[in-house]
Design a protein around this ligand. Structure first.
Ligand code: AHR
Length: 270
């Protein structure tokens, strides 16, 4: 697992632990503490572990996997990517089970276009996830595809590493430079929550003076929409374990699976 960076990740980890128990599977869980070197080491540990039959990974970044995937293949251990894709190496993993992050970005852009349709200015700031992660890269791509079509200009974009703390710090720094912002796109809920705190402390009314859209749709996002501080949340489904364990069983039975099994998700508005 990547680590424990927020509500989405907690739900994702719970899905794997609870479903393993329900299915009578032995789950060995390695927390990479959001450190790529640690995640590679954990992967190697599972390759060496004779008790491990299948390796499931939520990759912190899209690159850095060539060698461990070769080693897993040589050891005859099927690999399943969960949650996040990687670059290339399709012949070295069974399947990727996770969201279309580009589509999530497109949905967020369409939502921001709708929110700003009557606004003469359409300056939007983007709080980005950890650099090199598929959701950070792909949500940014998708958001630009749709947002720029309705005249939105992204005037600030910076990583805030999925966290409330950094989301607030980055937004505070931007607000010190300018308050000419009409929308903020948080690539996850936690960074949007940080932006909401910063806006309030700067005397701006979140979801009114500045519109906010985030991705994940965790329970806290629904609370923020009920509180009237978040305009909308694009769902990213964390409950992937049932599909992943099904794929693991199929892989051990020698079945061929599609290289990508998209997870099911929607969007929710205030
Ligand atoms: O890979 C999914 C992303 O990882 C979620 O959107 C984010 O909250 C988590 O850190």
């Amino acid at each position: 697992q990547t680590g424990s960076e927020g509500g989405w990740r907690a739900a994702n980890t719970a899905s794997f632990k609870e479903t393993a128990e329900q299915l009578g599977l032995t789950l060995k869980f390695y927390d990479s503490q959001n450190d790529l070197a640690k995640q590679v080491a954990g992967f190697q540990q599972f390759i060496q572990d004779p008790e491990v039959d299948v390796i499931v990974m939520s990759p912190l970044e899209v690159t850095g996997w060539d060698q461990v995937l070769k080693d897993a293949q040589a050891a005859g251990k099927p690999v399943i990517l969960s949650d996040r894709r990687i670059d290339g190496n399709e012949d070295k993993y069974v399947t990727f089970i996770g969201a279309d992050f580009v589509e999530e970005g497109r949905k967020a852009g369409l939502a921001m276009c709708e929110l700003l349709k009557d606004s003469p200015s359409k300056n939007v700031w983007e709080l980005v996830g950890n650099v090199g992660a598929a959701p950070a890269i792909d949500r940014g791509t998708g958001f630009r595809e749709t947002a720029e079509k309705c005249g939105i200009t992204i005037t600030n974009s910076q990583t805030a590493n999925w966290s409330i703390k950094e989301g607030k710090e980055v937004t505070e720094a931007w607000l010190k430079q300018s308050k000419d912002v009409q929308g903020i796109f948080g690539q996850n809920d936690e960074m949007a929550f940080g932006a909401i705190e910063a806006l309030k402390e700067a005397g701006l009314v979140p979801a009114q003076d500045v519109k906010l859209i985030s991705v994940d749709a965790t329970s806290c996002a629904f609370q923020a929409m009920l509180d009237g501080t978040l305009n909308g949340a694009i769902e990213c489904n964390p409950l992937l374990a049932p599909q992943v364990y099904e794929a693991a069983k199929a892989a051990l039975n020698g079945e061929t699976l599609p290289k990508w099994i998209p997870s099911q998700e929607s969007e929710f508005y205030m």
